[in-house]
Design a binder for this molecule. Sequence first.
Ligand code: 5GP
Ligand code: MN
Length: 342
Amino acid sequence: MELSRPDIEALRELLASPARKIVTLSHTNPDGDAVGSSLAWAEALRRAGHTVTCIVPNKYPYYLDWMAGIRDIVIFKHDDEQRAARAVEEADLIFCLDFHSLSRLDALSDVIAANTSARRILIDHHLNPTEPFDLSFSHPESSSTCYLIYRIIEALWGRQSISKSQAEVLYVGMMTDTGNFSFSFLTPDLFHAVAALVETGIDVPTIYNNVYNSFTEGRARLFGYVINRKMRILRRGTVAHMSLTEEEMRRYWFQQGDSEGFVNYPLTIKKMKMSAIFIEHHDFIRVSLRSRGDVDVNLFAGRYFNGGGHRNAAGGKSFEPMAQTIARFERAVDEFAAEGLL
Ligand code: 5GP
Ligand code: MN
């Protein structure tokens, strides 16, 4: 992956005048990459003399609570609509991290639309960004936004500038978006970056345990339930789907983040090509999709669920009830297969 020299110089220029008011934004249901990239970038900007407010639309999952600086993130939906709106209103620069369309901000997108004077800079690795930006680092060939942030910090200030606390949060995003370094885009350069992070003294096993071995008992039981009772397998073992209603989640004391990773599990079955989970929210159903190899769930999510993401990991929404959502998915799978896409 190569960064554009002119774009890096344009970014350097934007950051050259001290004491800019800066907002970083990331997507709804912020994950390790969203939070890690926001925190690491904020630390770099603050060190360069700027005032930074990190904002996310809703709460991050509890297994990220341990991350340094996470409590300073403004959570639009729960704690602080006014504070978020004020920071956005006053911002000179708005960095959009780890998302490619304002629709991924839900209600927060109206607040962003209200500030028309701030420069907007995209740093992201999703396919097909839809909004115009003043400056854009859009790299779908990067495994995570944290890796992009690493490369941008390296280009602007050198890798020696990366502190241990930045390295820790960058590692979280690189680790979670690659499924602990097991998905795609695992380039030699990524591992060089990881080596540089490890050189700052971060404790890799502790980070792993903090993220992956810190769930609740309810989550373990919900996982058993959804795999055992709710997984349906179609098309001779190549497609799986699962669903969770609000009532089922309440039964297992569901907390935000508890369903993270469930959708990956059917892909541990040999020959499985595509997996989906449907999770009921108050007024819509969140659709999560994963695939192996050439099966393009970014295309699938865009076509049938008004969403997107990456080729092997994508998502969208359904505004129909659960039964209709599942029926629509099954019809879509047949259509996709008939076109030779599955
Ligand atoms: P997850 O299944 O982990 O929520 O999301 C997988 C990938 O799909 C992520 O990269 C995420 O950004 C993307 N994604 C999830 N939901 C949506 C959505 O509603 N719209 C779009 N465009 N992308 C989504
Ligand atoms: Mn990401």
